[in-house]
Design a protein around this ligand. Structure first.
Ligand code: ADP
Length: 422
């Protein structure tokens, strides 16, 4: 190995270590044990689970799983990461099983905000299940990580400006809300040593303008008072997710034109004022979503640092979403297939480009059907795609014994029907 390679800057790779719910081990102890284990392991690095060696009794006792993350960028470029190129950054966490705390408005039914302690069990695996064009998720993660680092290092905001507002916009069902939650979960894991406590508060902007809006002003005040208390504790990292922010602008417009009681304008203004206040808290990140893709004329949205458009899934994303659905149906035994070979989109493309694909070891009939389904599904949202296998299953003549190829035919037919109903 040449010396230049040895001195080359190492690539930072995150290794996430999820503790068992029952574990009472010290985080630092587990972290050291994992670092030692990785040092011994001179393998290549790629995203996915790392098996715990059988002689690591301490880890086996306390750790549920170890996962390598963020290497796809390198692997995408067909580079292989070898252990000496990598500097693993180990993050140990335990999932909160508490579930959401809810706050309801006056009538006791309509929930206007939810609160979770992060990392939460509900959001486990969400980040991985969301599939977008390469780079989108990494860009969001890096952006938020830089914002938190600038804050931590005390960069003077008068000299370098940045803020902690993220806006995801795009058509409904493209996973924006889920992506916000998954991002908050990821950051809570990655920043757990700086912020040992982390919460997510979800406000549905739309629900604030229901017919109980007269209560909403009070609710907003109460909510933000609570959030202020949370951010005052400097070891707390607080995410505030405001869904469907376009309804704020709509409510304001309606109030001005007289079609909605002027109380609602007070609610909007209260919310905006509170958000402005929150912006000065270094340990608060505001995540917003909007289903309107054109310009959104809400005052604070202009100040969002990162505005990411989240569009309908590309053919590659559709293929990967459906592939993960099929794998789940196989895992659970709904589809009875023993050794189903379902390559990733890029490796299937490569295989199809090779003239002789009659290799009996890699039967491509099912992957090709999957590709056809992905192509047929153009225009469907991620949400509809994830429902499609269920609808297809319900349309089968014999749902209890189900041949995968027949299932794929039904899936394609179901997709065509969904498209025709758009
Ligand atoms: P939005 O907020 O954009 O309306 P949601 O976050 O409510 O969308 O998405 C609903 C569900 O649709 C998600 O929980 C997820 O299961 C699925 N989904 C949407 N987009 C994708 C995607 N790109 N990849 C994987 N699943 C997706």
């Amino acid at each position: 190995v040449s010396s230049t390679l040895m001195t080359e800057e190492k690539i930072l790779v995150s290794v996430e270590v999820c503790l068992k719910p029952s574990s009472t081990a010290r985080i630092s102890e587990v972290q050291e044990a994992v670092e030692r284990m990785l040092e011994k392991r001179s393998l290549s690095y790629a995203d996915g689970p790392v098996p715990i060696p059988t002689d690591e009794t301490f880890l086996l006792e306390n750790v549920q799983r170890i996962c390598i993350c963020d290497t796809d960028e390198w692997v995408e470029n067909h580079e292989i990461l070898l252990f000496w190129q990598v500097k693993p950054s180990v993050h140990v966490y335990q999932l909160s099983e508490e579930g959401p705390g809810e706050e309801t408005s006056g009538d006791g039914q309509l929930s206007s905000f939810n609160e979770w302690i992060l990392p939460a069990k509900e959001f486990d695996g969400m980040w991985e299940s969301l599939i977008y064009e390469p780079g989108l998720k990494q860009r969001l993660l890096r952006y938020a990580a830089s914002a938190l680092l600038f804050t931590e290092k005390g960069v003077d905001p008068f000299l370098v400006t940045w803020n902690r507002i993220i806006l995801l916009h795009g058509p409904p069902g493209t996973g924006k809300t889920s992506l916000c939650k998954a991002l908050a979960q990821k950051l809570s894991i990655r920043f757990s040593s700086r912020y040992p406590q982390c919460q997510l508060v979800e406000v549905n902007a739309h629900s604030l303008f229901s017919k109980w809006f007269s209560e909403s002003g009070k609710l907003v005040a109460k909510l933000f008072q609570k959030i202020q208390e949370m951010v005052e504790e400097e070891n707390n990292l607080v995410f505030v997710l405001i869904d469907e922010v376009e309804s704020l602008a709509a409510a304001r417009k309606a109030a001005l034109s007289g079609s909605e009681p002027s109380d609602s304008i007070r609610v909007v203004n209260a919310l905006l004022t509170q958000m402005d206040k929150l912006k000065s808290s270094p340990n608060a990140i505001i995540l917003t979503t909007s289903n309107i893709t054109a310009a959104i004329d809400v005052a604070f949205v202009d100040r969002a640092d990162i505005k990411a458009y989240v569009g309908p899934p590309t053919v590659q994303a559709r293929y990967e979403i459906l592939r993960s659905c099929l794998q789940e149906l196989i895992r659970t035994g709904i589809l009875t297939e023993d050794h189903l070979f379902l390559p990733t989109y890029s490796s299937l493309r490569e295989k199809l480009n090779v003239p002789d694909t009659k290799d009996p070891n890699t039967p491509l009939h099912l992957p090709k059907q999957l590709l056809e389904a992905a192509e047929v599904c153009e225009g469907l949202s991620g949400r509809t795609l994830r429902k499609l296998p269920f609808l297809a299953h319900a349309a089968l003549s014999n749902p209890y014994s189900c041949d995968t190829s027949k299932f794929m035919d039904t899936l394609i037919r179901t997709a065509r029907r969904e498209i025709s109903e758009l």
